[in-house]
Design a protein around this ligand. Structure first.
Ligand code: T4K
Length: 408
């Protein structure tokens, strides 16, 4: 175990790395392996591997019950789920989305020829700012996609009001928000539909997977058809569709993951509180808060780094952590509007997204999940504390090493 107290203790200056093995953001939670393998065996025994199999149906039923939502359509991943939801709600032309999100939110639209129009986020909540949405509406706008970033709910009411007023469809990318509530109601009940991700890195995973949830029966029927090429029977195609089906092995993992949901949340919560305690007095380091009166999954531990106070940029702090084998991530740098193909698109050239730019330079995501214990959280925090305590000296030394070409 490494004790980090002085500058020389940091691995970036030759000290021993705090971790022998990499500490990842998004290490999968596995759950009860026996239950998982039992379910996979069941699928092998019955030779029903995919196409709306019994495990997929059970998963859909379980999710609907948990959310208190009428319909759940399990899909192969959230990106395809968003594509299906966008098609089913008739999105076309332009759709307003935040830029501060994983690029899949925007890609799911552009992949279908819908132009994402990037909106700025609220600096405090990191979520799309309804106050900015309205000024982006044009005659070509057909909808809004809100993202509950880090599992913290969007201003749902604000977005609903705008959607109603301008007759727009409203979807939510709820990839981060499984098991979270908003004003006492589970996420999954808002807008026309919401889409969850069960990617391996999500706290509830299905290897790859996702779910579209909605209270609109007509929309649900349509999305079920779309998930399976538009088939309504062996030879009957009712509409255009894709292959968005979840397979039985994924559903087996999803169901097994759900059985451990409470344990996963408890561990995430414990780790979050430990980070909070450890970093409370560190100047310039702010932990993005979760509402104590809502259900939260705590799967993202998000730091905001105020460079004026820490004297260290977010990128320098990340470098220091990586040298210690703590693979902290710059989610979602640099913002979709700064990525191809959006950055080269004339539609985006007039955009000014100051809060997105500001956050994209300040946010750092720290490791948590079942693979991270409190002792490890303490060691990560020790590194951050030393780094901030010696901010100016670290900069001086690193600038010197960069100038000499020793590091980049
Ligand atoms: N909307 C939002 C807001 C999203 O955040 C996402 C996905 C989506 C939509 C789309 O959902 P899906 O279509 O994927 O269902 C990860 C995930 O790949 C991505 O799903 C997720 N968001 C995003 C936030 O994070 P990256 O860029 O971090 O890389 P990745 O997945 O290669 O690895 C992350 C870390 O996890 C690595 O350090 C290694 C570790 N890892 C990863 C995998 C896959 C493991 O230890 N084991 C594994 O099996 O994207």
């Amino acid at each position: 175990m490494t004790d980090k107290r002085r500058l020389e203790d940091l691995a970036i200056f030759g000290g021993n790395a705090a971790f022998g093995e990499a500490l990842h953001v998004g290490r999968p939670n596995i759950g009860d392996r026996g239950r998982l393998l039992g379910r996979i065996n069941q699928s092998l025994d019955t030779k029903w591997l995919t196409n709306n199999g019994p495990l997929v149906q059970e998963l859909e039923h379980t999710i609907s019950e948990m959310m208190g939502v009428r319909h759940c359509i399990a899909v192969c991943n959230a990106t395809v789920g968003l594509e299906i939801a966008a098609q089913a709600t008739g999105l076309s032309g332009e759709v307003i989305v935040p830029s501060f999100t994983f690029v899949a939110t925007a890609h799911a639209l552009l992949w279908q020829g819908i132009v994402p129009i990037f909106c700025d986020v609220d600096e405090r909540t990191h979520n799309i700012d309804p106050g900015q949405v309205e000024r982006l509406i044009t005659p070509r706008t057909t909808g809004i996609v809100g993202v509950h970033l880090w599992g913290r709910p969007c201003d749902v009411k604000g977005l609903e009001e705008i959607a109603r007023k301008h007759d727009l469809r409203l979807l939510f990318d709820a990839a981060h928000a499984f098991g979270c509530s908003h004003e006492g109601t589970m996420i999954g009940n808002n807008g026309d539909a919401e889409v969850f991700s069960f990617h391996a890195t999500k706290f509830v995973n299905a290897f790859e997977g996702g779910a579209i949830v909605t209270n609109d029966g007509g929309l649900a029927d349509d999305m079920r058809l779309m998930r399976n090429f538009g088939f309504a029977g062996y030879d009957k195609i009712l509409r255009i569709g894709t292959n968005g089906k979840m397979n039985e092995v994924s559903a087996a993992m999803g169901l097994t993951s759900l059985e451990s949901l409470d344990a996963f949340v408890a561990t995430n919560h414990r780790n979050y509180e430990r980070y909070e305690q450890n970093l409370a007095g560190v100047p310039g380091i702010h932990l993005a808060p979760y509402a104590s009166d809502e259900r939260c999954n705590y799967q993202y531990v998000i730091l905001e780094i105020d460079r004026d106070m820490t004297r260290l940029s977010r990128d320098r702090l990340q470098e220091i952590l990586w040298a210690e084998n703590v693979l902290a991530r710059r989610y979602f740098y640099p913002g979709c509007h700064r990525m191809e193909p959006y950055v080269s698109s004339p539609a985006q050239s007039v955009l000014s997204l100051p809060n997105t730019e500001y956050l994209a330079l300040r946010v750092l995501c720290l490791p948590t999940g079942m693979d991270v214990n409190v002792g490890e959280v303490d060691r990560v925090c020790d590194v951050i504390r030393v780094a901030v305590a010696y901010g100016d000296e670290i900069n001086e030394r690193l600038d010197h090493l960069v100038a000499r070409g020793t590091i980049n």
